[in-house]
Design a protein around this ligand. Structure first.
Ligand code: AMP
Ligand code: GLY
Length: 425
């Protein structure tokens, strides 16, 4: 099987690493890739937002299966383009990708199908939105979300009325998120630990691919602004077999069945962001792809060849209801550049990756580049350092031993990744 992987982050590095271990894979091409990925396979420059360019690359290279990493190509219709040309791709059509690209769509869909989620309303008019929060419809704190894709910055958890009013003005009046914030969702704030639940679906069936917990805030103990994710561990000790079955039957099967019934069968990776509330799991968000850094800790735990599973899902023909998952624990720590998440430095030389790998971790590249033959930083989240062990404690120790060997000027990271896995176990 000849594979094409689209994307350039540590998630795609982990996908390529995992897929290149499969016996059925004869070659992998990655576009646009990064320097870490180019050590594993050929990389080609491409604009991931251009479905025609991705399709011509797949045709030219006689690719059997194209796997999409990030949401952007899916939201602009790369799966629709491939389907029209009769070429196989894993990822939902644009209409199904609205589960991520429109929070208003996702919430209305959940309401239509009785999927447990926070009570909400959708507004385009600032006056109506302000009246809603002033009336205390959802209490305080209240959550205000831009409808569209806002790079993880479109959600405000307002603890008082002034903050809620400012978030509404920012999105609807000042258009801080452009057209992505022309509509907002206002919803009740849910309380509980957050877990990420991953499935692979072929449009009518889904199989669990594992669970993880992300660390979204920049600083230890979940302080400071939100980021794309500063580290993750897998699996989540909060999701045992009974909870997993409950999530599959109450949420995943309802979503997959509902999407198919409405004419948008969902084919691809579905990432269900859940809050485990006292009254049961509730959906916070959907992503129509694997998470980053979650992919780096869940993919190595899939204990059977991955490429045949992805090919079966893309063909609408998943014949198994589960896949083998290892009982090991994985911990991944993100090393970020000075200034992240507000800004980020680039061009700092990176040292020590080979030493860290010799010490037993895997280092996935995200924002790296090669400059005059040297590896340098090229953005906010630079690397994910991942360790695997039979226990969380050992995986944490090994991950941070690896982190201590990698360096670049301005590098910073959280020192508590995985700690909550131990208290939750
Ligand atoms: P989202 O982009 O929808 O995942 O939101 C980003 C983060 O905001 C989530 O990971 C949660 O930590 C938090 N969040 C979103 N919605 C809610 C909610 N209804 N209640 C509490 N926290 C929320
Ligand atoms: N780590 C969260 C995400 O990939 O959206």
């Amino acid at each position: 099987m000849r594979l094409l992987v689209i994307g350039s982050g540590a998630r795609e590095h982990a996908l390529v690493a995992r897929l290149s271990a499969d016996p059925s894979v004869t070659s992998i091409l990655c576009a646009p890739g990064n320097p870490g990925i180019s050590a594993l396979c050929e990389v080609v420059q491409i604009d991931p937002a251009n479905p025609d360019a991705i399709l011509s690359l797949a045709e030219r290279e006689r690719i059997d299966l194209t796997v999409i990493g990030p949401e952007l190509p899916l939201s602009v219709g790369v799966a629709d383009r491939f389907a029209a040309a009769g070429r196989r791709l894993l990822g939902p059509h644009a209409a199904a990708a609205r589960l991520e690209s429109s929070k208003a769509f996702a919430k209305a869909f959940m309401a239509r199908h009785g999927v447990p989620t926070a009570p909400f309303t959708t507004c385009e008019d600032p006056g109506e939105a302000l009246a809603c929060v002033r009336a205390g419809t959802f209490g305080l704190p209240v959550v205000i979300k831009a409808d569209g894709l806002a790079a993880g910055k479109g959600v405000v958890i307002a603890s008082d009325l002034a903050e809620a009013e400012a978030a509404i003005d920012d999105a609807l009046t000042n258009r801080r998120f452009g057209s992505a914030g022309a509509r907002i969702v206002i919803e009740k704030c849910l309380i509980g630990p957050e877990v990420s639940f991953f499935v692979l679906s072929d449009g009518t069936r889904a199989i669990p691919l594992g669970t993880a917990q992300d660390h979204k805030r920049i600083f230890d103990d979940d302080r400071g602004p939100n980021t794309g994710g500063m580290g993750a561990f897998a699996p989540s000790p909060l999701v045992d077999a009974a909870m997993s079955e409950r999530i599959m039957s109450d949420i995943v099967d309802t979503v997959i069945g509902g999407m198919a019934a409405e004419g948008y069968p969902f084919r691809g990776f579905l990432y269900v962001g859940l809050m485990l509330t006292p009254s049961g799991p509730q959906v916070i968000e959907f992503n129509v792809r694997l998470g980053d850094p979650e992919a780096q800790v869940i993919l190595p735990l899939v204990d059977e060849p991955l490429a045949p599973l992805l090919a079966a899902a893309a063909a609408g023909d998943l014949r198994q209801s589960t896949c083998a998952l290892s009982h090991d624990r994985l911990v991944g720590v993100v090393l970020a550049s000075r200034g992240y998440p507000e800004s980020s430095e680039s061009g700092q030389p990176i040292a020590g990756i080979a030493d860290a790998e010799r010490a037993g971790v895997v280092v996935y590249h995200a924002a790296t580049a090669t400059e005059n033959g040297r590896l340098v930083t090229a953005g906010g989240r630079v690397l994910t350092v991942v360790a695997r062990a039979p226990s969380y404690a050992e995986a944490i120790g090994r991950a941070y031993a690896g982190v201590s060997l990698v360096s670049f000027d301005g590098a910073h990271y959280r020192t508590d990744i995985g700690r909550k896995a131990m208290s939750e176990s």
